[in-house]
Design a protein around this ligand. Structure first.
Ligand SMILES: Cc1ncc(COP(=O)(O)O)c(C=O)c1O
Length: 435
């Protein structure tokens, strides 16, 4: 499978963003994350356009958990995106990159006091409160600092999205948010309206990730709008914002046919308009927070094939120089990928093999895939790895995390340098009695 930003040059090499991936592997080493800047920018524009045309006040907040680096923050800023962060590290990176604090939204089901304090001191645009105790805590910190806390409340709409259970978050049985089905969400709303130094701006929900149908979004929109109407009826409070989360799926394999951003915007816009009319409430400002669908298809990971082990009548194992440390998704979610031999990208995929990592686990990267007669020394490209690969990477087996290179119109530049062995021991301490 070739993605629209990819081609094969006269050497038979896979080209991404105008750059020969075999050359990239040679210059920067492997494993290597390759990210196509133009694809990311186009996705941002697609979202801003599709939602902006239908809902003129709409904001698009990039969910930085999908892929967070300073260069990504610069791109998001330049494209006029807002940004979601969900940890101290993500907030720190965004601020370090100069991303405007007022366009940052802080998430998390357990935000430590220091994180809430930093967010309030830095004047981040919104804090998404996840529970009643957290609302209380936000208020106390805001009072102590003498600042106002601008909050949304995360509600769980009870929508069971059609995706892997570990990335399904909108159902009743979840650690995230306050339940709409019970009285928790209404209680949280009343509390937020009473608490000093808390300004409630509206509600948030997120039903799940890698969603290949849009109906769940429409359903969630209706459910949250029903709630917004009941809140108005019971308290008089009119929500001014509704953040419907992220979750649009991407194409990992040929068979994946994700809905377009336009389709998503249409589904949500129609649901909002219908609900607003039905309940005679004003349309809230919509916020959408995509992560995967902004960066996922922009990324390719390059590996060097090291070992090809044939077990007669069983299968062929192709081992590459990375694995679960640079991409834990296959092990976490049974995620599937398509691959290409980058140095023979136009060759027929004649061999069915299993792609394995180099870790001390059965870290299968791709369980069964057709490739062009893989040989040691070949460069293997795993497609659509821009999201939740680098951001979930680890140093398991003390592997150094790969470099990331951004390509654009034939130019390549490092945006994350490869970790060194020295980096691996940087935080280690040896007690004097062991020295
Ligand atoms: C609250 C919230 N918003 C947005 C996202 C982004 O989801 P995706 O990357 O699927 O668009 C997530 C992902 O888990 C999330 O938890």
């Amino acid at each position: 499978m070739l993605l629209p930003n990819q081609s094969v040059n006269h050497h038979g090499h896979l080209v991404v963003g105008g750059c020969d991936t075999v050359e990239l592997a040679r210059e920067y080493g492997t494993p290597l994350y390759v990210l196509d800047e133009q694809v990311i920018r186009e996705k941002c524009r697609e979202y801003l356009d599709a939602f902006g045309r239908r809902l003129p006040q709409a904001a698009v907040a990039y969910a930085s958990k999908a892929l967070m680096t300073k260069a990504i923050c610069r791109i998001m800023d330049q494209e006029g995106m807002s940004m979601d962060v969900a940890s101290e590290g993500e907030l720190y990176t965004a601020l370090q990159a100069g991303f405007p604090a007022e366009r940052i939204k802080l998430h998390g089901n357990f935000k430590k006091t220091e994180l809430l304090r930093t967010a309030l001191e830095q004047n981040v645009g919104r804090i998404v409160a996840d529970s009643l105790p957290e609302l209380q805590q936000i208020s106390e910190i805001a009072v102590a600092l003498g600042v106002e806390a601008d909050v949304l409340i995360r509600v769980t709409p009870g929508v069971k999205a059609d995706t892997h259970e570990r990335i399904r978050t909108g159902q009743e049985d979840t650690k995230f948010g306050v339940s709409l089905a019970s009285s928790a969400a209404m209680e949280a709303t009343r509390l937020a309206l009473e608490l000093p130094h808390v300004n409630l701006h509206g509600f948030h929900c997120h039903i799940g990730s890698q969603l290949l149908y849009t109906d769940g979004f429409g359903l969630a929109a209706h459910i949250v709008m029903d709630f917004i109407a009941s809140v108005r009826a019971e308290t008089g409070y009119v929500a001014e914002q509704f953040d419907i989360g992220g979750g649009l799926g991407i194409r990992y394999c040929t068979d994946d046919v994700p809905p377009s951003v336009d389709r998503l915007a249409e589904e949500i816009a129609i649901a909002l308009a219908e609900s607003a009319q039905q309940h005679e409430i004003p349309m809230p400002q919509l916020i959408v927070e995509p992560g995967r669908s902004i960066v996922g298809e922009a990324g390719v990971t390059l590996y060097t094939i090291g070992v090809v082990k044939e077990i007669p009548d069983l299968r062929t194992y192709v081992s590459v120089d990375g694995g679960m440390s640079d991409n834990p998704r296959p092990l976490l979610y049974d995620a599937e990928y398509e691959v290409l031999v980058a140095n023979r990208a136009d060759a027929h995929p004649s061999h069915i093999v299993r792609i394995s990592g180099a870790h001390c686990e059965t870290d299968t990267l791709v369980a069964e895939v057709a490739v062009a007669d893989p040989q040691p020394g070949d460069i293997l490209a795993v497609q659509s790895t821009g999201a939740y690969s680098y951001s979930m990477a680890s140093n398991y087996n003390r592997f150094t995390r790969p470099a990331m290179v951004m390509v654009n119109d034939g130019h390549a530049e490092l945006i994350v340098r490869r970790e060194t062995l020295e980096d691996l021991v940087r935080c280690d301490m040896v007690p004097t009695r062991l020295a």
